[in-house]
Design a protein around this ligand. Structure first.
Ligand SMILES: [Zn+2]
Length: 397
């Protein structure tokens, strides 16, 4: 136990020392930058630039902050990611919708909120007209989980689409080709736990938002619009109904809430979420992605919320969460209560960038509570999720 704190101390000392060195270097750079800017301003009369994020801070290009234009302006903004894949931003909370276009039609991953659904539909249809292939109808919807900011538009989006349920290539007695059987409404695929939870309450609250195709699988390999689409189910990550979608040809992953570039991951404990399952899922996403040169770029990873990122971003996110998890486990092993752990601020070093929210739908307190509640009463502290798929509690993921 003493080893743990002294090692932490050592790490901190190193990190402070290197940070000082870094700041010294940055100070020099900043000084020359100021000179440069001053010269520029004098020459062009341009106003001073907006403040830039501190070194290492995540930059959310969709957030309404000084570093990016306000994107939550009540409109949906399509942007091309790569290959056949597009990203629709503008949902509340930076909730991302991913669209794949091609000759078979349109595949949509997540449908945002109910309130934004008509606007989202209009933008998807416009995108399909402008950039789609032979068929421009919405054929498939995939939900990465059952939360309302991911399934809220299901009814509106699916109703506007159509699904080919059978394609009879036979020649009819008259010599005519048989027409394909097209049913109204797009297929909505989700993990069966999503349907189970949506219908568990016995209320009409979620009517129309349910998946039409709820299945249980580890991995579902499909081919749509000429590329392999691999749908992977991580167990008990943010919820027990998470899906991660890899567009293998376009080299884009729609990771859903497993990756969240706005905040600590939303672990919905009531919906079967756990911190260890979340770490296993992050490792799966990292394993599915291929880095580009010098480990930059490569496979584009679209998180459930916030800016698009790459494998290195997700590895940093995983490392941070592993450190916080191990810290909470260390305190829990000492018999500390949830309140005592919260008072010790186990995520303090990261809160400014990734948490720090004291109000709203997902606070740092909510996150630490979810971590605490889903860890065993006693377990290894130096536990790395890098290579294993089971956790100290014996639960398999
Ligand atoms: Zn979400």
């Amino acid at each position: 136990m003493h080893t743990f704190s002294s090692e932490r101390g050592a790490v901190r000392a190193v990190s402070i020392a290197s940070r000082r060195a870094l700041w010294a270097g940055l100070g020099l750079a900043a000084a020359s930058l100021v000179v440069g800017l001053a010269g520029q301003e004098g020459a062009t009369g341009r106003p001073p630039q907006a403040p830039q994020p501190a070194f290492g801070d995540p930059v959310n290009i969709y957030a309404s902050n000084a570093y990016a234009p306000a994107r939550e302006d009540g409109e949906i903004h399509p942007s091309h990611v790569r290959g056949q894949v597009w990203l629709m931003t503008g949902e509340p909370g930076g909730s991302n919708v991913v669209v794949q276009l091609g000759d078979q039609g349109v595949l949509v991953v997540d449908t945002g909120t109910k309130a934004m659904a008509p606007k989202l539909l209009a933008e998807i249809q416009r995108l399909a007209q402008e950039h789609g292939g032979e068929h421009k109808e919405i054929r498939k919807v995939v939900n990465t989980n059952g939360r309302l900011d991911h399934i809220g538009g299901n009814e509106t989006i699916a109703k506007a689409g159509s699904e080919i349920t059978g394609w009879n290539d036979g020649i009819l007695p008259g010599g005519e080709r048989a027409a394909p059987f097209v049913s109204p409404g797009a297929e909505v695929l989700a993990h069966e736990n999503v349907l189970r939870r949506l219908t568990a309450g016995g209320t009409d609250e979620f009517r129309g938002l349910e998946p039409t195709d709820a299945e249980s699988f580890e991995i579902d390999n499909q081919r749509f619009n000429g590329e392999a689409v691999q749908i992977y189910h991580p167990h008990n990550a943010n919820t027990d109904g998470q899906l991660v979608v890899l567009f293998r040809g376009s080299d884009v992953i729609a990771a859903g809430d497993v990756v969240d570039m706005n905040t600590y991951p939303i672990i919905d404990v009531k919906a079967g979420g756990t911190i260890d399952g979340e770490l296993v899922a992050l490792n799966k996403v990292i394993a599915m992605a291929a880095p580009g040169p010098l480990a930059e770029g490569g496979t584009v990873i679209i998180p459930g919320h916030g800016r698009a990122c790459d494998q290195a971003d997700v590895a940093l996110y995983r490392n941070m969460l592993t450190i916080i998890r191990n810290t909470v486990q260390y305190y829990k092993n000492q018999g500390k209560t949830l309140q005592q752990v919260l008072d010790l601020k186990p995520s303090e070093g990261y809160d400014q960038s990734w948490g720090g929210a004291t109000s709203g739908s997902w606070t740092t307190r909510d996150f630490i509570t979810a971590v605490y509640e889903t860890l065993p009463a006693k377990g290894p502290v130096f536990f790395s999720m890098k290579t294993v798929t089971s956790v100290p509690s014996g639960k398999q993921f």
